[in-house]
Design a protein. Structure first.
Lengths: 273, 435, 292
């Protein structure tokens, strides 16, 4: 009986796995097709004559700069977001002060703003301070707009940290900074990895802010590479597919890395605890 | 321990410095004049290299030539795709930061920019540099209250393209009347062939069908334009009857299944994948049916086109739905307005000469067909244009933006059978009257 | 101890960067957007102050309320789907064979950008040669629906990819939360003879309740301001059948030159979301803090 239950469970899990892995395979096939095959052909079919030149087109489009910009903007914004969010969450959840609820409320308001409401005021502000067409505007916007969600995710974990850990540290004469950097940050490594993954994906795939705040090619990111293939009357979908494949690869690698970090972090904290 | 402290402080400082720098740095000079004294003209267009390689190349060559002839002017280029371009222009205009030269659409799209004093009047260069170079009627679409604010770059008319192979297979011929078209639809449906590809998610496609029916039923009078210009009513019998004809076509399964959820691009691909026999589109798609090497030769050879048929013996087949697509505007508040105008004027002249042969689009400037080696379909279309008696500008372009939105929503509802022809007409009449 | 943990200077230092960024880049635009809502402005040239006219017009605008209803439906379905994600995360975090691999596979779709997801689902929903209808016809369904064209279906059809798109996000959060539960607690329960199901429902779920509450807020707030796939896949159509608050706002501000009105709708969206969040917080409030 139990055995049958397990088999059923695995069949279900397997089916879901097929469904979840299908998009990546589909995207790869998509990237090798012509517009005709993409729209009119059988969506399950393999491309009859794989169009590897779709990838050539993408590289000819000068994707290198975009790629590099995507990487450094994503990394810098993600690191800053997590640092700033962890500090704020630490202060809100672990320290004792009256205004913490208010501050948390303010951060939560940040969750609720629709980006198209913010776009025009933000453009105007950046213009006034000469940050238009400057990657700094992108980085600080990414940090700010991902802060609320990062704080929210961290929040649930910070509240579960036992008080004894802090007490022990403080009694040992540790400063707050030492407590935060040496103890709190390491034990929150699993959840930090989670927020890293989420921030990374958001920053990597974002294009509304980049398109609006940046005009020079030298500062644009990979998502702009996709725009390159959208024409006034005609769009080259195969090349868009190739761009999407190329741009999803680094994020998959980073994801697999940080996904394992979730486990490692737990082991590490278990040893310490 | 001090290192950790330092990092925290650094992070705090970094963020604060960024913000402070941001707050204090507002009064630096703008970049319109570079060190060498050369003036920079900022130009934005919507033909990215990836999807519009020919457009992109020709634009760059024109820019290079212009810079060579005018060494003291530098063109600073930004390219975006269609939707992103529209959004960005919108954001830029709120801060009065439009590029010196950019692309605009005609009539309803440009009117708010003109009213807001964003576009410079261009009558002077049309009268001097460009006199007699535009096809008549094209610059008018870019005029508000008699002043022209845009230099049209392309001119399109819409016709029904069809697959000759499919037509031959079932012994069909180009229809002259709507009844003949309906017979073709019936024959194709009997044989399990999708008659007409239509992607009505972008409702301007369905709007072209409606406009043609209205045009034919209205006879010589352009009832739709009159209704939009408030010289007539949208509840004109011809406009209601046209809506009724649309629903009859829908009821007879003339259009592909689920057309209201399909993008134009998907419909186009059905036609180009030989899964539908007919497709009403404007001539901007000519390269796909003639010169585009990415499309199989066999398919390109089998595409023909016919003019939208007459309805109940009414209408003139030489009357078209179409109009100029994009045009160039010059920013009124540009620091380098004279240079920008010079560039726009130069661009239009060069573009006119090279658009048909190098890019495959029909420019709004006059083209001498005989001197060019063109695919037959281009020659036919150019000849049709020459004998055109009327070109009715796309309704959603004619209308102001919010009425256009009502129109497009109503088109989807009409084609989807959600409303009656009378409701269709009344809603739009109300929207137009409310302006 | 208390003295150290309530050091005002440290609190200021730790929260200042976050507060500064949010104040300048979120709160200020927010106030501006509310202010633009008081204007008759097409986004070009001069604006005219018209008081609360835009807000009053919005409250009487049936399209606005329709889009609000759609957004709330999305929020409802998103919140319900969280239970499913929690179940998946419970399975993945248990010690079954292959859980590690399965977890990675399950999270892959969340890495894709909205552009890719939209294209995938457009192909799935294509009425004549889409994947879904191909399968339905293979099973003998004669007239499968045109998913994105039928005004009665389109809204629910488009909810599926939206909810699916975020599956990985929530599974990941639950997974990390579950893995954070000390092993000793579970071992203790096992020794007491608890079944895996009992352990899951009686120990694991209560222990991550804090996280679950946070995700309820995230999913509802995220749904109420949702925009991406709706815009790419249907643009709110046909005839507004899949319009949500954010897409309606975008249409007004960016396509209809009604920037003042669009801003007012954006501001109302925020107010509505704020009220809903406060209500949820009140409903899910519990006094006891859980610590491991």
């Amino acid at each position: 009986m139990r055995r049958i239950g397990y088999i059923l469970l695995y069949v279900c899990l397997g089916l879901v796995a097929v469904f979840q892995i299908f998009p990546i395979l589909w995207l790869f096939m998509f990237s090798l097709k012509t517009n005709q095959e993409i729209f009119a052909g059988n969506p399950f079919a393999f491309p009859t004559d794989p169009k590897w030149e779709n990838y050539l087109k993408v590289f000819d489009g000068g994707i290198g700069t975009y790629f590099w910009n995507s990487i450094w903007i994503t990394v810098v914004a993600t690191v800053l977001t997590i640092l700033v969010a962890s500090m704020a969450t630490f202060a809100i959840t672990r320290m004792k002060w009256k205004m913490s609820g208010l501050v948390l409320g303010l951060i939560m308001v940040g969750l609720m703003i629709p980006i198209h409401s913010a776009l025009i005021p933000l453009y105007n502000m950046f213009l006034n301070v000469n940050l238009i067409d400057n990657p700094l505007s992108i980085v600080i916007t990414y940090v700010t707009y991902n802060l609320p969600i990062t704080v929210m995710i961290l929040l649930g974990f910070y509240t579960t940290i036992p008080r004894e850990i802090e007490e022990a540290a403080i009694i040992d004469g540790s400063s707050i900074h030492r407590l935060f950097f040496r103890i709190i940050l390491p034990i929150s490594a699993p959840i930090m990895s989670t927020t890293v993954i989420i921030n990374m994906i958001y920053n990597w795939n974002e294009f509304v802010f980049v398109n609006t705040f940046i005009s020079s090619d030298k500062y644009k990111t990979l998502t702009v590479g996709i725009q390159n293939f959208i024409g006034q009357y005609m769009t080259d979908w195969g090349a868009i597919g190739a761009t999407l494949v190329i741009s999803v690869l680094p994020i998959i690698i980073a994801f697999l890395f940080f996904s394992d970090k979730i486990m490692e972090g737990i082991t590490a904290s278990a040893v310490k605890g | 321990m001090n290192l950790r402290k330092a990092i925290t402080l650094f992070a705090v400082l970094l963020v604060s410095v960024v913000m402070l720098a941001a707050c204090g740095g507002g009064d630096e000079e703008k970049e319109s004049e570079s060190a060498s004294g050369a003036k920079t003209v900022k130009f934005m267009h919507l033909w990215p290299e990836g999807s519009s390689a020919q457009h992109y190349k020709v634009v760059n060559e024109i820019i290079a030539d212009f810079e060579k002839e005018n060494p003291d002017i530098k063109i600073d280029l930004e390219v975006l795709s269609n939707e992103q371009y529209k959004d960005k222009i919108k954001v830029l205009s709120t801060s009065d930061e439009l590029p010196d030269v950019g692309m605009t659409w005609a009539a309803g799209y440009m009117e708010p920019y003109v009213k807001g004093n964003m576009y410079a009047p261009l009558d002077d260069i049309i009268e001097s540099d460009l006199s007699d170079s535009f096809v008549s009627g094209t610059t008018e679409a870019f005029a508000v209250d008699g002043t022209t604010y845009g230099l049209p770059l392309e001119l399109n008319i819409s016709t029904i393209f069809y697959n000759k192979k499919i037509f031959d297979e079932y012994g069909l011929e180009e229809p002259q009347t709507l009844d003949e078209l309906k017979e073709i639809v019936a024959t194709l449906n009997e044989n399990g062939v999708n008659p007409i590809a239509l992607g009505n998610r972008d409702a301007w496609t369905g709007s072209m069908w409606y406009m043609y029916l209205a045009n034919r039923l209205g006879g010589d009078e352009d009832v739709l334009t009159k209704a939009i210009e408030r010289e007539g009513s949208f509840e004109d019998p011809a406009l209601v009857q046209a809506a009724d004809e649309v629903q009859k076509l829908v009821d007879e399964d003339s259009f592909v299944q689920g057309f209201n959820g399909l993008a134009d691009e998907e419909a186009k691909s059905m036609f180009m994948g030989e899964q539908a026999a007919m497709y009403l589109i404007a001539t901007w798609d000519l390269p796909n049916f003639t010169t585009n090497e990415d499309v199989p030769q066999e398919f390109r050879d089998s595409v023909g086109y016919f003019k939208f048929p007459t309805v109940d013996g009414k209408g003139d087949t030489n009357s078209y739905v179409g109009g100029p697509g994009v045009g160039l505007f010059v920013s009124e508040n540009s620091d380098v307005k004279e240079e920008a105008k010079a560039f726009a004027s130069y661009f239009v002249q060069q573009w006119g000469e090279r658009a048909v042969t190098d890019v495959g689009i029909i420019p709004a400037t006059k083209v001498n067909v005989d001197s060019l080696d063109l695919p037959q379909m281009y020659v036919d279309v150019l000849n049709d244009l020459n004998s055109a008696t009327n070109i009715t500008l796309y309704a959603d372009v004619q209308m102001s933006a919010d009425v256009a939105q009502v129109h497009l929503d109503m088109i989807q509802a009409l084609f989807g059978g959600e409303i009656t022809p009378e409701e269709f007409a009344k809603t739009q009449e109300d929207a137009l009257a409310a302006e | 101890m208390n003295k150290v943990m309530s050091n005002k200077w440290i609190i200021f230092l730790y929260t200042f960067p976050a507060l500064l960024l949010i104040a300048v880049l979120i709160v200020v635009p927010l106030i501006l957007s509310g202010y633009f809502g008081l204007m008759d402005w097409d986004g070009i040239g001069a604006m005219e102050f018209i008081g609360l006219d835009n807000y009053i017009a919005a409250l009487q605008d049936s399209k606005f309320w329709e889009s609000t209803l759609h957004s709330f439906l999305l929020a409802l379905f998103s919140a319900i789907s969280l239970i499913g994600y929690l179940a998946v995360a419970l399975i993945l975090a248990s010690k079954i064979k292959g859980a590690n691999l399965l977890r990675k596979i399950y999270l892959i779709p969340m890495l894709l950008s909205s552009v890719a997801i939209a294209q995938l689902w457009i192909k799935i929903y294509n009425p004549s040669n889409g994947m879904l209808n191909s399968i339905l016809m293979w099973f003998g369904v004669d007239n499968p629906p045109a998913w994105l064209a039928d005004p009665n279906i389109v809204l629910y059809a488009i909810f599926i990819p939206i909810i699916w798109q975020y599956a990985g996000f929530y599974i990941l959060i639950y997974y990390a939360a579950l893995k954070n539960i000390p092993e000793s607690l579970i071992e203790a329960a096992k020794i007491d003879g608890a079944t895996p199901l009992q352990i899951a429902l009686k120990i694991k779920v209560p222990l991550i309740m804090n996280v679950f509450k946070v995700t309820i807020v995230l999913s509802i707030v995220g749904s109420l301001k949702y925009f991406d796939l709706i815009y790419v896949m249907t643009s709110g159509g046909p005839n507004g059948a899949s319009e949500v608050m954010a897409s309606y706002m975008y249409k007004l501000a960016f396509s209809s030159y009604d920037f003042g009105y669009g801003s007012a709708i954006g501001f109302l969206l925020l107010i509505i979301t704020l009220i809903v969040t406060v209500v949820i917080q009140k409903l899910t409030k519990s006094k006891d803090e859980i610590q491991y």
